[in-house]
Design a binder for this molecule. Structure first.
Ligand code: HEC
Length: 293
């Protein structure tokens, strides 16, 4: 009788092999395939069912064959099959892979030369090493074909793709989480709804000092290209959020407005007021702001 592994090794081994292959090939993003696609659970259930079924068939075939044996052969079979699983294969594999000559056989491979009593064995390369070497050649061929002939995705491309994906995610995230902006992340809003909201906020909070058309009064003119505290969305947001110079009258609006609202009113100023000609413009203050890209 052949010395093979018992069912409780075979079934899990094959099951997890197929499971691993499935996880590898089913595209499920960062999550395990069986979470992302519950149908794979059904698939693995069928696999398990088949594995058990095959084992049962093997068992019954063995039983039938057992009946046909002579009584002595049956006895011998029972004896060997009871010690089937003794890691014999593992021991044999280890020996095969190391490929050593037994000490008693060393005479066959000892070399002729003799340096002051030091002699040398002409051992073969250990098979495990040789197989690794062959495997690396196969790997190299596959690698060459995949990355240099068929232009597979290399690390650079993978990186670019990951960055592009991440950027897309950030964009989507920002759309749903406008409230998270600060002076460093704020961007000019151009949606009509944002500008409208900004206008309403401006009318409610800012006209007293900056005038409805932005021409300025207590506060500076917001329509010209001169800015005391810096122009551009980030500076304007910062000024609104943190206030102007001490004692000038421009408070830190972050106490009153939400970040999203400050982004809206800042965008309103830059989109709708800047560049227009107000009825009563206040003289330019500060310096011409040039957006440095
Ligand atoms: C009480 C009066 C007052 C109110 C109300 C006011 N501001 Fe001001 N604002 C000022 C003054 C004064 C300055 C100049 C600050 C300085 O010189 O440091 C200023 C400066 C600014 C600046 C910077 C201008 C520059 O040239 O750098 C912006 C932008 C601005 N205000 C936006 C707003 C917005 C938006 C609101 C409403 C949410 C608002 N302000 C409400 C008085 C006011």
């Amino acid at each position: 009788m052949k010395n093979h592994s018992p069912w409780w090794i075979r079934i899990p081994l094959v099951f997890f092999l197929i499971f691993g292959l499935m996880e590898y090939f089913v595209d499920s993003g960062d999550k395990p395939a069986f979470i992302e696609h519950p149908i794979t659970l059904i698939f693995m259930g069928v696999v398990l069912f088949l594995l058990v079924g095959i084992e049962l068939i093997i068992k019954s075939v063995e039983n039938v064959m057992f009946q046909t044996l002579s009584p002595e052969a049956q006895e011998r079979y029972l004896e060997t099959s009871s010690k089937q699983w003794e890691w014999k294969w593992a021991k044999k594999l280890r020996e095969d892979m190391i490929g050593e000559k037994a000490v008693a056989e060393e005479g066959e491979i000892i070399l002729d030369h003799n340096y002051d009593g030091i002699r040398e064995l002409d051992n073969d390369l250990p098979p495990w090493w040789v197989y690794l070497f062959y495997a690396s050649i196969v790997f190299a061929v596959v690698y060459l074909a995949r990355y240099h002939v068929f232009n597979g995705e290399n690390q650079d491309m993978e990186y670019e793709r990951a960055v592009a994906e991440a950027q897309l995610e950030i964009e989507n995230y920002k759309k749903t989480a406008k409230g998270l902006v600060d002076a460093n992340t704020v961007e000019l809003l151009t949606d009509a709804s944002d500008i409208k909201a900004g206008e309403a906020l401006y009318t409610a909070n800012c006209v007293a000092c900056h005038m409805a058309d932005g021409g300025g009064g207590i506060g500076p003119n917001l329509t010209d290209e001169y800015w005391i505290l810096g122009g551009g969305i980030k500076n304007v947001f910062h000024t609104i959020s943190e206030g102007g110079r001490a004692g000038k009258g421009m408070v830190a609006w972050k106490q009153i407005l939400k970040p999203a609202e400050m982004a809206q009113v800042a965008s309103y100023i830059l989109e709708e007021l800047e560049g227009t000609t107000p009825a009563n413009p206040k003289d330019a203050e500060g310096e011409v702001w040039v957006e440095s890209k």
